[in-house]
Design a binder for this molecule. Structure first.
Ligand SMILES: Nc1ncnc2c1ncn2[C@@H]1O[C@H](COP(=O)(O)OP(=O)(O)OP(=O)(O)O)[C@@H](O)[C@H]1O
Ligand SMILES: [Mg+2]
Length: 304
C-alpha cells in the first residue's frame, strides 16, 4: 500500500476524497492508499504586523502545502515583503503565529530558529549579495552555515553546479558582485538560496527590473526548483504573467489602510487560472492593470 506522503496536495485524490489521517481509500488508478496528512510547510494563523500603531498586515491566515507554489500579489505597500520577512521572523509579528512544518517559530530559541532558516531559501527583492565576498563565497555561504567542515573541493564543485543551474559558467565564481549586471546578480541570489537545498523558497519580486527574456529565465528557474527539487514556493510579484506561469495558486493582499475593520485583507485566494474570472473589482482592477480608477480614487482622497 502506497503512502500519500508525496502526493501533490494541489491534485486532489479522486475516487472519494479521503478526509482523515490514516484513512484507507482507493485512488483513481485503483490502488489502495492510506492518507498521511502532513502539516502545511508554512502556515500563518491570524498574523498581524503593526508599525507605528498602524496595521500593515491584519488577521492573515494562510496555509501553504508541500509542492505548492503560491504567488502573492497586491499593490505596492500592501505588506507583501513584510509578510515574507515575518514568515521567517526577520520581523516579529505583533499578533498571531507562524508555523513551519507544524513548528511554532515563536517558541524557538535563536539557535533553533537559525537551524530552521537553513531549510528556507530567500531570494530578496534586491539581490542582496554580500558585496565584499566573491560570487563563489556568496554561494558557499549557506552551505558552510549548515556544514562548516565541507571540504574545499566539494564546495567548488557545488558552486559550479549551482552556477550551471542558473545558466552561468564556473569562472563567474571568482568575480565580485559589483562586476555583475542586475540580471546576473538575481541569478546568483537564486543559486545562493538553492545552495542549502531548502524545502521552502521565498522569492520577493524575482523578475522586477529585468527584461522580458531574463524574467522568463527566472520563471523557468522557479519552475525547475519546484519540479526538480520538489521545493515549495511563495513568490511575491507584481508580474501577473509570471504569477500565472509559476504558481498554481494566487493570493492577493489589499492595503489595510483602505479596508474597514471587518473587511478581509485577503481579497483573492484561489487557482491561478481562475483569477481572471473574479468578480471583485479590487482584483480585476489589479489583474488588468487598470490605473485609471485608482488614480481617480487617489485624486478624490486628496480632495482635488
Ligand atoms: N521596518 C519597518 N518599519 C516601519 N514600517 C515598515 C517597515 N517595513 C515596512 N514598513 C511599511 O509597511 C508597509 C508595507 O511594506 P512592504 O515592503 O511589505 O510593501 P510591499 O507590498 O512589499 O510593497 P512593494 O510592492 O513596493 O515592494 C509600507 O507602508 C512600509 O512603509
Ligand atoms: Mg516588497
Amino acid at each position: 500500500m502506497a503512502d500519500e506522503e508525496d502526493r501533490n496536495p494541489a491534485e486532489p485524490a479522486t475516487g472519494g476524497e479521503p478526509v482523515w489521517e490514516g484513512q484507507v481509500y482507493t485512488s483513481a488508478d485503483g490502488t489502495r492508499r492510506v492518507l498521511r496528512r502532513r502539516p502545511p510547510v508554512l502556515e500563518t494563523r491570524a498574523l498581524g504586523v503593526e508599525f507605528d500603531e498602524r496595521y500593515v498586515l491584519h488577521d492573515i491566515s494562510l496555509k501553504v502545502s508541500k509542492g505548492e507554489t503560491v504567488a502573492i500579489i497586491g499593490e505596492s505597500g500592501c505588506g507583501k515583503t513584510v509578510f515574507l520577512k515575518t514568515a521567517i521572523r526577520l520581523i516579529e509579528p505583533t499578533e498571531g503565529t507562524v508555523l513551519f512544518n507544524g513548528i511554532d517559530l515563536g517558541q524557538l530559541n535563536s539557535r533553533q530558529l537559525s537551524e530552521v532558516r537553513t531549510r528556507i531559501g530567500f531570494v530578496f527583492q534586491q539581490a542582496a549579495l554580500f558585496d565584499s565576498m566573491s560570487i563563489g563565497e556568496n554561494i558557499m555561504f549557506p552551505i558552510l552555515q549548515t556544514n562548516p567542515r565541507t571540504p574545499q573541493s566539494e564546495l567548488r564543485d557545488r558552486v559550479a553546479e549551482l552556477l550551471y543551474e542558473v545558466g552561468m559558467t564556473p569562472e563567474v565564481a571568482d568575480r565580485m558582485p559589483v562586476e555583475l549586471s542586475g540580471g546576473m546578480r538575481k541569478r546568483v541570489g537564486f543559486a545562493r538560496a538553492l545552495a542549502a537545498e531548502p524545502e521552502l523558497m521565498l522569492y520577493d519580486e524575482p523578475t522586477t527590473g529585468l527584461d522580458p527574456i531574463m524574467s522568463d529565465v527566472i520563471n523557468e528557474l522557479m519552475i525547475r526548483a519546484r519540479d526538480n527539487h520538489k521545493v515549495t514556493g511563495i513568490v511575491v510579484t507584481h508580474d501577473m504573467k509570471s504569477a500565472k506561469k509559476v504558481a498554481n495558486r494566487i493570493v492577493m493582499f489589499y492595503p489595510q489602510s483602505r479596508l474597514d475593520e471587518e473587511q478581509d485583507q485577503i481579497v483573492y485566494d484561489g487557482p491561478a487560472d481562475e483569477i481572471d474570472d473574479s468578480k471583485d473589482r479590487r482584483v480585476t482592477q489589479f489583474v488588468e492593470g487598470l490605473a485609471g480608477e485608482r488614480l481617480m480614487e487617489m485624486t478624490l482622497a486628496r480632495g482635488a
